[in-house]
Each structure stands twice: as C-alpha cells, then as structure tokens.
Design a protein around this ligand. Sequence first.
Ligand SMILES: Cc1cc2nc3c(=O)[nH]c(=O)nc-3n(C[C@H](O)[C@H](O)[C@H](O)COP(=O)(O)O)c2cc1C
Length: 369
Amino acid sequence: MESLSRFIPLPRNVYRYLCLLTALANGLGNVFLVLFYRPLFEWLGIPLPQDLCSFTFVAGFSFTIGILALLLFLNPEKNVNLLIVGIVGKGLYALATYYFFLFHELHWFYLLFGVWDAAYVVIFLLFLIQLVSPDLGELNRGDINVGLDRERINRALFLVFSLTGTGLSGMESIRKGLERKGYAVDVKFIEPLESIFRFPMSFRDFARIVVRAIFRQPARICPLNIPGNHPYDLIVVESQTWLVGMSAPVEAVFQDPANRLIFNNRDVGVLNVARGGWRRSQAMLVRWVQACGGNVVGARAFTHIGWEPSRLCSLWFYLIYRQAGLPKWLGGFVQERYGLSDDALRQLEQFGEDLAQRRRVKWLRSTVV
Ligand SMILES: Cc1cc2nc3c(=O)[nH]c(=O)nc-3n(C[C@H](O)[C@H](O)[C@H](O)COP(=O)(O)O)c2cc1C
C-alpha cells in the first residue's frame, strides 16, 4: 500500500501487548536460557558459550529489558521515557549482534535475537511517537483541523525543497486541489547554499549528506526574505525523510529565527514524503511549525511506490542511474516508477481541496455559543 496518509496507527493496546510479548520473551526466555543453555545448545548444534560470565551478564541485561517492557505494558503513559531506554538498549544489542555475526562468525542462533531486537526498535519508536503525539494520529487519519479565525484572501505560500522531485510532485498535486477551490499559490523554493544538496550527486556527496544527517548538522540556505506580515492565509510546507528525520535544508528554515514569523498565527498544511519511514520526520516538521506559532490544519505523508526491499534498492538505483527501472537485468525487482503513485497524487489533490475548504470557527466555540 503506497499511500500511508490514511493509515490508521496501530491501536495503543496492540503496542501494549507487543510490549508484553517482549517482556515475556526477554524475561522468561533469559531465565530459560541461563538454566537450560547446555541441553538447548547441544540439541541445536550451537557452540557452548566460551565466556560463561559474559553470557550470564548479557542474559541479565536482557532480562532487565524484559522488566522495562513489562512496566511499559502496565502503564505506558507513566513510563514513556523507558521507551527511549528500550530503543537504545535493543538497538545496541541488534547492532552488536549483526557486527559479530558478520565479522566474528557469531552463530546464527544469536542473530535471531538481533532481528527480534531490531524489530522492537521500530515498534518502540512508533509507540513513542504515538504516546507523545496523539494529535498526529488524528491528522494521519485524514482530519482537517479548524483554521484560525482571521481574514482569508485565498492565497497560499508553498515552501519547497525537493532533491529528487518527489516532494515537488506532491506539492504540485496539492496546488491543483487548492487552485480548484479558488486559491492562488506562490512557491518559494528553499535553496541550499552548499552544492552537496543538489541532485544528481556524487557518492561522496551522498555519504556527506548521510553523515551530516546522522549528526543532524544544520544546512545553510539562501535567506527566504518573507516578512512576518506576509499576506498568505495558508502556508504549505513539505519535507522528505533523511536518515529517519527531516531533511537538513527544510529544518534550516525553522532553525533561522528570521523565518519563524512566517508561520506565526497562520494555518499550515504539512506534507512528508519518504521511501518508507515518515513518522519521525512528520513529527519533527509538525512540531517545528507549532513551535513557530503555526496552526497545523492538516498533514499527509506518502511513501514511494513498491514493496521492501525493492523500494529501498529502487531508491539507491535511482540515485545512481537518475532514472527509474534501472538496471534492466534486475527485472521486476526494480520499480518502473520512482516516487509517489497516481493514487497518492490524487489524494494530495483532495488534500489541497480540503485545505482550501477548512473550517474557520472552532467547533468548541460554535457549540458553546
Ligand atoms: C540522503 C538520503 C537519506 C534518506 N533517508 C531515508 C530514510 O531514512 N527513510 C526513508 O524512508 N527514506 C529516506 N530517503 C528517501 C527520501 O526520503 C525519498 O527519496 C523522498 O521521496 C525524497 O524526496 P524529494 O525528492 O522531494 O527530495 C533518503 C534519501 C536520501 C537522498
């Protein structure tokens, strides 16, 4: 399913029971391992641990993560910070397991635990976002929030940075929807000052973007020169995902205090595009807009056409060949089209229409009166 904007996040209880599952697996599993590792390993043909102390220490650490997961199951809201500990703990364990499997001939049996923990890094991250951002669940359901009660002149400003054109195609669809409902749209492109943020790019530039994204090093962009008293009653801003976060040039807009007034006291629509993971970058973008005083009226997120791992490889090949569907010898494994599906673009046109028709008066006020 390419379109995730209508995707209803997993209910809270599903995440809770997933926590219970890993609580039982980590808790009981480690007790079982410490007590019965000898017959189990002999039966599966796994070499016995060379360092029994370290084996037991790791089992103890893993058991503790089980207790952490149990606390999360019992009261997620009260223990939300434990999710961060769980993400770090399970993430480190998964990375170490994978490393020792690749370079130190660790038995495949241990890799199963690594895969399990890597899956839980994702599950805990999604649960964390849901717990700290219940409003995002509503936006992703398709809700359009009420707009600010201020004069509307039906003019929208788009803030766009699109390295490979995906976000731009999405914004063009939103524009069609807005124009159909009487809006005029002006587009301001976010222009990075550093040449690495241009497509096509060399492998070296790609690597630099990746490293910078990991360390969240800010980018430098040309001044937007949009005054705080601009006439637009709607701003639409988009970001792509880079290394599980917003892209640096889009974040640079918000990092510059001179730009913050652009969003202040304005209705804002938000679009996120990604190969597959948009939740964190969407949360970042929405929170930035809100921190600048913007009223987020709608948010949509879309992923690339395809299925994993084809979608991931198709992205890499697109960055290398600058054309979809290559290399040909990989046949149907490489997606013939790069970016968003027609269905996603249609939904974004509808999003544009919905933004244009957003209600103005808060329900609360109108029902109370
Ligand atoms: C350096 C780099 C890092 C990326 N990291 C991620 C990622 O962590 N998760 C993801 O789902 N997509 C990732 N992507 C894919 C982009 O989010 C995706 O291609 C998006 O559609 C690009 O939008 P644009 O063409 O508007 O720039 C990455 C792309 C690049 C170039």
